[in-house]
Design a protein around this ligand. Structure first.
Ligand SMILES: [Zn+2]
Length: 61
């Protein structure tokens, strides 16, 4: 997977966000079609959620 700065003028694809996409998440070198475009806010939120979800439950404070 690759995460790059979004080179295209696209909207964030997450739900009804509507912000301008800042980053492109691509599964592989397959081009723009299969990639996902996210704004920094949504990307950060996903990263935070992933971090929490993958963390062992006993560490939850
Ligand atoms: Zn967004």
């Amino acid at each position: 997977m690759e995460l790059t700065k979004c080179k295209y003028k696209m909207r964030c694809e997450l739900g009804a966000c509507g912000n301008r996409a800042d980053y492109t998440l691509a599964p592989s070198r397959t081009g723009i079609r299969s990639s996902m475009h996210l704004c920094s806010a949504c990307l950060g939120e996903i990263a935070e959620l992933a971090r929490k979800a993958m963390r062992p439950s006993e560490e939850e404070a």
